[in-house]
Unconditional design. Structure first.
Length: 416
């Protein structure tokens, strides 16, 4: 019998850490006890949010080591930027090896690494430390995704045959912090940032309930990328201004549009297809997630902006800009959809429940670092396909050492 309650500490106090904290009102048997980030002020603010929501007596810690050393912390949620993954994980492992504290598990935000070598290193480090590992791919835990998958497989697929095509798209107007836009820091552009979700969600929908990811074998990958909006002169200026002159999309852009296609084989030899599109150049009400699952006699579809709740504000309602209606909101007037439970709809609530219950039971989560590594390998193969303008058999040679041109500041569609 494992322990009954889990004390959780967060590395990172930014956008995603706060989303997780808000989701925690729907999570049982765990308390948010600690936050550490680059700034004590930010950590204090996030800790205060956790206390205000009554989801744990969180306090701010100066370092990861201090947080691991506190006996009230049993598990760590890694929510700092992509370029800090390895150093953060190494600090956790060092603290454990030095006997500073004890942990049950670690859950890590997407992507597991900026490239395959980093993701593999994360797998090695977590194994070396003997920890349980969860990969935080929220979208497979979204209410419509889980419910839709259940219904399609138990009715349509059971009677008429398995689904053969899954489509997934994630689109918004562009990330909220400069580091996401810099290929070297983030690992790529929108493909690395968002196609990780779409590839994994589509794969999940095509996998029979209860089966592991190894049920489907990736056979080949093809992809396309471009920078459609953010290399226009006025948007180059906008990015430069938002980053204090650091971002240079004239010379060092990242892709703001990507399309990827993966062909998988199931154990019976049937081919099934994942089609994903992602963009940072979609201007609609806000973040739009869309998914489809198609089979011989059925289909399902999800559109996160197609909500029951809509509000209308006339042009006389000219208040502050905000993200109170929907993530990455673009407007405050006119007819606006409202995602009333974003944490549940995008999957954070069920994701965190699953991770907590798995850690408490001493069980490896169903979505773990091996899955994060495989997603990264597929994304890297997609970048190879973009660069070589051809379909790439999976796994390609040289995958482990490969770093996309975008991440090396060497990609520019304008130079073609
Ligand atoms: N699942 C999703 O849909 C989703 C959405 C957004 C972000 N993310 C992922 O979450 C991670 C964080 O993204 P974000 O949007 O919260 O970023 P952010 O820039 O808003 O916040 C980053 C936080 O990390 C802290 N930080 C920076 N360097 C650190 C270090 N070396 N050690 C400890 N803390 C450090 C910062 O102080 C800040 O609190 C990224 O990996 C991102 O890809 C996932």
């Amino acid at each position: 019998m494992g322990q009954k309650r889990l004390g959780v500490g967060f590395i990172g106090a930014g956008f995603i850490a706060q989303f997780h904290i808000r989701s925690w009102v729907g999570v049982r048997d765990a308390d948010i006890m600690g936050i550490t980030s680059l700034s004590m002020e930010e950590s204090e603010e996030a800790a205060a949010l956790a206390r205000k929501l009554n989801v744990g007596e969180a306090r701010a810690y100066r370092t990861i080591t201090d947080m691991v050393a506190d006996p009230s912390i049993d598990a760590i949620w890694m929510c700092a930027p992509n370029y800090t993954r390895i150093e953060n994980m190494e600090e956790i492992v060092r603290a454990l090896e030095d006997g500073k504290g004890e942990l049950i598990g670690v859950a890590c935000e997407k992507p597991l690494g900026r490239n395959a070598a980093e993701a593999r290193k994360m797998v090695e480090l977590v194994k070396k430390a003997g920890l349980l590992d969860g990969y935080l791919e929220d979208q497979i835990f979204g209410y419509p995704v889980m419910r839709g998958k259940d219904i399609i497989w138990s009715r349509g697929a059971a009677l008429t045959g398995r689904p053969y095509l899954a489509r997934a798209a994630e689109e918004h107007g562009g990330p909220h912090m400069p580091w996401f836009w810099e290929g070297s820091l983030q690992g790529g552009g929108v493909i690395n940032d968002m196609m990780c979700h779409s590839f994994e969600t589509a794969r999940f929908l095509l996998t029979p309930p209860g089966e592991k990811r190894s049920f489907l074998t990736p056979v080949k990958v093809s992809a396309y990328a471009n920078c459609l909006k953010w290399q226009e002169p006025r948007y180059i200026k906008e990015l430069s201004a938002m980053s204090g002159g650091k971002l240079d999309y004239a010379r060092r852009p990242a892709e703001d549009f990507g399309r990827g296609l993966i062909e998988y084989r199931d154990p019976e030899g049937k081919m099934v297809v994942v089609e994903a599109t992602t963009s940072w150049c979609f201007v609609g009400a806000g973040l739009r997630l869309s998914m489809e699952l198609l089979g011989p006699e059925y289909s399902m579809s999800i559109n996160s902006l197609d909500q029951g709740l809509k509000v209308f504000f006339s042009r006389r309602v000219s208040g502050e800009t905000g993200e109170d209606l929907v993530e990455k909101q673009n407007a405050e007037v006119g007819l606006m959809p409202v995602v009333s439970d974003e944490a549940g709809e995008y999957g954070y609530t069920e994701e965190n429940r699953h991770m907590v219950q798995s850690f408490l039971a001493g069980r490896r989560p169903m979505e773990n670092f091996d899955d994060g590594l495989n997603v990264t390998e597929l994304l890297m193969t997609a970048y190879m396909s973009v660069e070589q303008e051809k379909t790439i058999p999976f796994p390609p040679p040289g995958l482990d050492a490969y770093v996309p041109d975008v991440a090396r500041g060497k990609w520019n569609p304008k130079n073609k």
